[in-house]
Write a protein that binds this ligand. Structure first.
Ligand SMILES: Nc1ncnc2c1ncn2[C@@H]1O[C@H](COP(=O)(O)OP(=O)(O)OP(=O)(O)O)[C@@H](O)[C@H]1O
Length: 379
């Protein structure tokens, strides 16, 4: 049974000459992330807001968990759905803790249970609870506020998440990081997600299903990201996806799928002598340096190690120019290499440990492959 089911749904706003969503039938199975995308005004937000009845359909039916949403109260319906929007909508005069507590308070949870849950959630979204729970939204960066928005939506552990351009107003590097964090989270949570974006790269990265609408809310294709690229249903989809399909293929491949995990690394407390000997023996001209927690702290060049033999690694290391994460796409990694003028990137996991390395040659090989990589499917 699909978790979210639209059956011939149409929405005509009062006085509008044409429908904003027309005869839409889509199914989102449990645990899938369905990304809704299309040109401006095609009905993405209208489609999403009909799921929690912020907007009511004119015709057709919407079932969530097999139940007709019009046959239950909108308050009950919304309690089972996390909702994250671009402008976050945090209450400015509430602390972070009180913001995240909104739904648990509505549900009448005991204070202790709520506080414990909030601390857990802040950690899950990468915010230290002790440092952040008593602050106000204005004392946070945009990326941190967005994390609070995600924590708030997850507070009552709803099976369904609705996310309307959740990472839209954030700089590209923070956005990549939040996307990666959310992908790690989703691997564990397995929520059913409807996600609106206007960015095709984000759709191909975040979606297990991509739903492409044409203006008027007319469905063009609902398919896995790899099928959207390899078998666009029509010219509209092919044009929408764009002509650089070779590059787009990189969006379908995760860094974790191609990274080299057999790295030769040095420790921060080793001497330059030891490191230089290691590099010569392995034919390397630089080494990544990690601390005792396997956190990447930089790299050492062979030349520096040879000319300053008495030093410790920590005294001669250089800081990494850029890093990527295992969940990032090869497109993210390749653009980062291009914009920083480098040919490789160290790869970190969710705990910031060094787990591998990817190179521009890895990206090049993927671009040149004849067939799109079919590494992810909708199933
Ligand atoms: N409350 C409303 N009353 C009348 N028309 C509306 C209303 N809300 C949206 N529309 C119209 O419905 C159509 C779809 O709007 P919607 O916001 O769903 O599109 P969208 O795909 O999310 O757009 P965008 O990418 O620009 O945010 C648009 O033509 C819009 O003008």
């Amino acid at each position: 049974m699909p978790m979210i089911q639209f059956n011939n749904v149409t929405k005509v706003y009062p006085g509008a000459p044409q429908p904003s969503v027309k005869n839409l039938t889509i199914s989102v199975p449990e645990g899938e992330t369905c990304v809704v995308i299309g040109p401006s005004g095609c009905g993405k937000t209208t489609t999403m807001k009909m799921v929690n009845r912020l907007i009511e359909p004119t015709e057709g039916e919407i079932l969530v968990g097999g139940r007709d949403i019009m046959k239950q109260s909108s308050v009950d319906l919304r309690r089972g759905m996390g909702y994250v929007i671009q402008q976050i909508g945090l209450f400015p005069h509430f602390t972070i803790r009180d913001n995240v507590a909104t739904v648990p308070n509505m549900l009448g949870w005991k204070k202790e249970r709520t506080y414990q849950r909030i601390d857990e959630l802040l950690e899950v979204v990468g915010l230290d609870p002790v440092q952040f729970r008593d602050r106000y939204p204005s004392q946070l960066s945009g990326g941190q506020r967005q994390r609070v928005g995600v924590a708030r939506a997850l507070a009552a552990d709803p099976p369904v998440m609705l996310m309307d351009e959740p990472f839209g107003a954030i700089d590209p590097i923070t956005r990549d990081r939040l996307q990666n964090e959310f992908l790690r989270l989703q691997k564990r949570m397995k929520k059913t997600i409807m996600f609106v974006t206007h960015d095709i790269d984000e759709a191909l990265k975040m979606g297990t299903l991509v739903c492409i609408l044409q203006v008027g809310g007319v469905l063009q294709q609902l398919d896995s990201p790899s099928h959207i690229l390899s078998a666009p249903a029509n010219k509209f989809v092919a044009d929408f996806v764009g002509s650089d399909r070779g590059l787009k293929k990189l969006t379908l491949v995760r860094v974790s799928e191609v990274m080299n995990t057999e790295l030769v690394v040095g420790r921060h407390d080793q001497s330059a002598d030891e490191l230089a000997a290691r590099m010569r023996q392995r034919g390397e001209d630089s080494l990544f340096i990690v601390d005792e927690m396997e956190h990447l702290i930089g790299y050492v060049n062979l030349e520096d190690a040879q000319t300053q033999p008495g030093q410790r690694a920590s005294a001669i290391l250089q800081h990494p120019i850029a890093v990527t994460e295992a969940e990032a796409t090869m497109k993210d990694a390749f653009s980062q290499m291009l914009s920083n003028g480098i040919r490789y990137l160290p790869v970190l996991d969710g705990q910031k440990r060094l787990v591998g390395m990817v190179t521009a040659d890895d990206a090049q090989r993927l671009i040149e492959k004849k067939q799109p990589a079919l590494s992810r499917s909708a199933s």
